[in-house]
Ligand binder design. Structure first.
Ligand code: ZN
Length: 360
């Protein structure tokens, strides 16, 4: 075999004025190498990749998963475009057509569509005006993904209960793991944005322009990863609401989501049992609410099957939230993201294929 050298790129046959025989042999060799590379890319694209290292349970703000990025196989620059499209289409079709296999599932009791004109705010921890949940109704929200292992585990737990959540993705993480974010979308969940790099927008060090950049880059990065615009739904990192950014989001017709009850799953002392108990105790007191969790966190991924079973047993009902229309990203940020994400990690998947596949 030709060794590992072909992983980085398809070798161009060098024609150095040697014999025709050698050129012919070189071309044959190149064909074989190209076939191996393409097969490898296909395998990489279709495999669930359970071998990716688990993330730490550290807070998202500090997570820099360079080790995971570095561990990714290098894709050929001319990877086939259609490979990612089929990944997204399959789960969506199967989950919607076959219905729910679990007769005792938590399910979705109703779907709410939100008109985000003017930037409404939800979640009683910060916004008191709009109360759309009835008693015993909950909304499942998940922040800081997409992330290997944990996000797929959350998706599986939700699928097992035939229920739906609302995911607030970090732009950077979306650029690292676009294929996982596409699985979230393919499973029928709603996706919003959670800034580009999870900085505290309310920090005194931030300027209004930097806050705007974080918001817009976040949405553009999520759009780039998905190949289609997400919902105009935003959650402030650490629930730190910068007043000028709230006004800005209003002007952009982007809804803001705080929460009604926090699972505190990000705390170092958290365990899956604690996540379940925290949520259930708060729910019993409040009767309903938007629940804040993190698909980035292993504790949430581990806790979710039990938590969903407890919600079902407690008579709680899941409300799914959708947007009336997708977010309108700003072209200058879309273009900037296209350039930016080429540099660090997302080169493992050609940006052009990411954009093309979902609009099929
Ligand atoms: Zn967060």
């Amino acid at each position: 075999m030709n060794g590992p050298a072909q992983r980085s790129r398809v070798p161009v046959v060098s024609v150095g004025g040697k014999s025709k025989m050698r050129n012919a042999l070189g071309l044959m060799l190149a064909s074989v190498v190209a076939a191996v590379v393409i097969a490898g890319v296909w395998f990489w694209a279709f495999s669930p990749r359970p071998d990716v290292p688990s993330p730490s349970t550290a807070s998202a703000a500090k997570a820099e998963p360079a080790h995971i990025a570095a561990a990714k196989p290098a894709a050929a620059p001319e990877a086939p475009v259609e490979i990612t499209g089929s990944i997204q289409a399959a789960p969506a079709a199967s989950s919607q057509k076959t219905g729910c296999a679990n007769p005792d599932a938590l399910g979705v009791s109703r779907v709410v569509e939100i008109d985000t004109t003017g930037g409404p705010g939800f979640g009683f921890e910060h916004f008191k005006q709009l109360d759309f949940l009835a008693d015993k109704e909950v909304v499942l929200t998940f922040d800081d993904g997409p992330w290997p292992a944990n996000t797929p585990a959350v998706l599986k737990a939700l699928a097992d209960q035939c229920t739906k959540g609302l995911f607030f993705s970090i732009g950077k993480h979306a650029s690292y793991h676009p294929e996982i974010l596409r699985e979230v979308a393919a499973a029928g969940h709603t996706i919003g944005a959670h800034t580009w790099s999870h900085v505290n927008l309310n920090s005194k060090k931030m300027t209004d322009q930097q806050a705007k950049d974080e918001i817009e880059k976040g949405f553009s990065a999520v759009k780039l990863a998905l190949g289609t615009a997400p919902a105009p739904f935003f959650r402030f990192p650490e629930l730190q609401h910068r007043p000028s950014a709230v006004a800005y989001l209003g002007s952009r017709n982007i809804a803001m989501f705080s929460c009604d009850l926090d699972s505190f799953d990000f705390r170092k002392s958290s365990t899956p049992d604690k996540v379940v108990e925290t949520v259930m105790t708060k729910l019993e007191k409040q009767g309903k609410g938007i629940i804040l969790m993190h698909d980035f966190q292993k504790h949430t991924a581990d806790a979710l099957p039990t938590l969903l079973a407890r919600l079902k047993a407690g008579g709680y009902k899941v409300v799914q939230i959708k947007a009336k229309a997708p977010v309108q990203t700003l072209p200058e940020y879309d273009e900037a993201m296209l350039k930016d994400v080429k540099v660090p990690v997302a080169t493992t998947r050609p940006v052009s294929s990411v954009v093309q596949t979902v609009t099929q």
